[in-house]
Write a protein that binds this ligand. Sequence first.
Ligand code: ADP
Length: 183
Amino acid sequence: MKTLRLIQGDITIQKVDAIVNAANTSLLGGGGVDGAIHRKGGSQILEDCQKIRARQGGCAVGQAVITSAGTLPSRFVIHTVGPTWHDGQDDENELLKNAYLNSLKLAEKHQLATVAFPNISTGVYHFPKHQAAKIAIKAVIEYMQDAESLAEINFVCFDLENFKIYRQQLAEVDQNQFQVLGI
Ligand code: ADP
């Protein structure tokens, strides 16, 4: 059975195959989780991002790219770009779903087993947290049903508000279908 795990804390210390970065379209780093990943992972991650920029000019909203993880304990960093919240009038739901799905697709393409997600778009991009959690969990559940290499997804909540929201929503996941840990 596949596993969903809730973790409260810092995604940069997770020992998984890939951690996901809530990046921006430039791929050049920023604040929040993006800043923490580049700061703790060292210059290799930015060098890899710059190579991707040279090839394809950054990363569009809802898309994802993969780099090494530098000195972080994970093997890879998957950089995805979530939408900025504009009152729900700008395809934000669909774009957030795409950010999760495209990250998972990239993980499968690289035959990874464990991936950790932060709460994409719920920081400076101001996506409403309940709604973002619902979209994230639904996208992951749907994708994991047919996934081959992926065995475990970790939802890493940095702030207590997101942690409580995820605890509540993950408690409703069918435990005959997924092993749900950390709730
Ligand atoms: P976005 O621009 O997508 O909103 P942010 O980095 O501002 O990205 O916020 C996304 C989420 O990442 C927020 O819920 C924030 O609390 C969380 N976050 C910030 N730092 C970390 C970290 N070190 N590990 C995990 N999550 C983090």
